[in-house]
Design a protein around this ligand. Structure first.
Ligand SMILES: NC(=O)c1ccc[n+]([C@@H]2O[C@H](COP(=O)([O-])OP(=O)(O)OC[C@H]3O[C@@H](n4cnc5c(N)ncnc54)[C@H](OP(=O)(O)O)[C@@H]3O)[C@@H](O)[C@H]2O)c1
Length: 295
């Protein structure tokens, strides 16, 4: 099967690397073409428009920033909808709202193609290491059909429900990430202000039972922030806002996510919007009057 990825950013690019490694017949499109060059050199066929990807490939994967980016690659004469025909599959992996994917499914139906809701668990590193988990939402037979080709991207492909459910699960999972970073930051800053140096406090927190796998790889960023964010404050806030919106619609209070959202806003106000969201530590450090120099 021919697979095409639209959106060769951090995640889409890492996924393309996996496809090329597996020897898949891989096609790609990226709005900013020069960024796609490194994949062309390794065998990816670069196409001019999202429409070309949809008309050429059996499976189209989209991995773009947000809903407005998705509209940009979906609509118009060069958009995906213009290239889809009966029998094709479109696996939409961007983190967007469940309502947006359900609306899109209605628009795809007249083309005869099948839209599948998807979401990925893991970072660029997880993709590179070959551990990515791909959640799918949609008809069982369609999910079964795409399972094997998608395993070239991530070995764990799991249908978790109907269209919209993969986005619901992704949004529900992601809200815990800033909450955990903020809770850890509170402990480290409390210890620091009471005489324990930051590195020692962090080591103790990460050596104990409170350290989740996510905290184990991300909290060390507090001592040395990566130049290039693994997942930046802006993107993290997009996901928290999706959770807050879904929670409002379904009458579920999200008290800790709401607080984390305010600290994400505060990190943005401090000029840290494009830094990894471990920068939440610095928003709290600023308020607590401890050293808030970003390292
Ligand atoms: N990074 C992670 O750890 C992670 C993990 C799980 C899920 N996600 C989700 O995956 C999605 C992509 O994340 P990412 O980290 O790969 O982001 P990214 O590196 O910023 O890449 C975003 C991609 O979207 C494209 N794009 C943005 N606006 C566009 C527009 N108006 N028209 C066409 N293309 C547009 C970009 O094209 P250009 O190159 O031209 O800008 C780029 O290919 C997001 O929804 C994110 O929440 C990310």
């Amino acid at each position: 099967m021919k697979i095409g990825i639209i959106g060769l950013g951090e995640m889409g690019g890492a996924m393309m690397d996996r496809l090329l490694l597996a020897g898949s017949d891989a096609y790609g499109y990226n709005r900013t073409k020069p960024k796609a060059q490194r994949y062309v050199e390794r065998g990816m066929k670069l196409l001019d428009t999202p429409r070309d990807v949809a008309s050429t490939c059996d499976i189209v994967v989209t991995m773009v920033t947000n809903e407005s980016a998705l509209h940009a690659v979906t609509d118009g004469e060069d958009g995906i909808l213009a290239g889809l025909t009966r029998g094709k599959y479109w696996v939409e992996m961007s983190t967007i709202s469940p309502d947006a994917i359900r609306d899109l499914a209605k628009r795809v139906e007249p083309t005869g193609a099948t839209l599948l809701d998807a979401a990925v668990l893991g970072s660029q590193l997880t993709v590179e290491q070959g551990h990515l988990l791909i959640m799918l939402g949609g008809p069982e037979d369609a999910c079964e059909r795409v399972e094997e080709p998608l395993q070239a991207i991530g070995p764990n492909v799991r249908r978790i429900g109907d269209i919209g459910h993969a986005k619901v699960m992704k949004i529900s999972l992601n809200l815990a990430m800033p909450v955990q970073i903020l809770a850890l930051s509170e402990g480290v800053i409390l210890a620091e202000k009471n005489g324990i140096d930051r590195k020692t406090a962090l080591d103790m927190m990460l050596g104990g039972a409170v350290a989740s796998p996510m905290l184990k790889y991300r909290a060390p960023f507090i001592m040395k922030m990566p130049e290039k964010a693994w997942f930046d404050v802006g993107m993290m806030q997009k996901d928290v806002m999706l959770a807050l919106e879904l929670a409002r619609e379904s009458a579920v209070p999200l008290p800790t996510a709401s607080v984390a959202n305010e600290f994400l806003t505060s990190a943005k106000a401090l000029g840290l919007g494009d830094r990894d969201f471990a920068a939440l530590f610095y928003a709290l450090a600023t308020m607590a009057g401890v050293d808030s120099t970003v390292r």
